[in-house]
Design a protein around this ligand. Structure first.
Ligand code: ADP
Ligand code: MG
Length: 217
């Protein structure tokens, strides 16, 4: 599949956030499997073409998953992906440092999907990055520490996709990364979907609701 196309109006809107400040952070949220990461990567690629690749950067909330060793200690391994299985304070601190220390390189963790674990220092956000896109499930939650995220973002966009499109995609992704089809469906029902309902309950708090981009030609 070619890279998805991002509507030009979205690229324009993201770029116009730079009118507000020398460095801005745009949030992309939505339920698991809605297409946040796909939209973010297409948006960053379009913005990089316009502004220069050094001027844009990606800060994935997924990098702040707690590692399995901590989830085991907390008894949360079977809820991996729920709000309480993330280092929310670390995520908030990273977002705050984007604003407070713009002259420093900010190293943030990435999420290794094959390992299903975070990887420290996987992503470097250079001082030249003026437009940073952060994406993840819980950007608009009103509690649990997540409430400190929204004030650090210029806008938050919610990716809304019908469940009958989103759910099969998510099952496919789980199978692609090693789960059996039965295990994938069970994980969807017991873990992903309660999280999806929580995320969707905050849809009205978004600045903009967008569909996932159509697949590329
Ligand atoms: N517009 C699209 N058309 C077809 N498949 C898509 C589209 N957007 C996302 N997908 C697929 O759906 C799955 C979930 O997308 P992803 O961007 O990883 O979602 P999220 O980051 O919200 O969990 C991935 O396998 C991805 O390739
Ligand atoms: Mg994602």
């Amino acid at each position: 599949m070619a890279a998805p196309q991002v509507p030009r109006a979205l690229v324009d809107r993201a770029e116009s956030l730079l009118d507000r400040s020398d460095r801005v952070v745009l949030g992309i949220t939505g339920p698991p499997g809605s297409g946040k990461s796909t939209l973010t990567s297409a948006l960053l690629s379009a913005l990089g073409t316009r502004l220069g690749t050094d001027a844009v950067a990606h800060l994935p909330m997924d990098g702040f998953h707690l590692a399995d060793v901590q989830l085991d200690r907390l008894g949360l391994r079977d809820r991996k992906g729920a709000p309480e299985t993330f280092d929310v304070d670390g995520y908030v601190a990273a977002l705050a440092r984007l604003h407070s220390s713009p002259a420093s390189v900010l190293y943030v963790p990435g999420f290794e999907r094959d390992l299903e674990q975070p990887l420290a220092g996987a992503i470097a956000i250079p001082p030249s990055a003026r437009l940073v896109v952060t994406e993840g499930n819980y950007l608009l939650l009103p509690d649990g520490g997540w409430e400190h995220v929204r004030p650090l973002l210029a806008e938050v966009w919610f990716v809304g996709v019908d469940d009958d499109v989103r759910r099969p995609r998510l099952i496919r992704r789980h199978v692609e990364f090693g789960k059996s089809p039965d295990a994938a469906r069970a994980w969807l029902d017991h873990v992903d979907e309660p999280n999806a309902r929580l995320v969707s309950s905050r849809r009205d708090a978004a600045d903009l609701v967008v569909g996932a981009p159509p697949p590329g030609e």
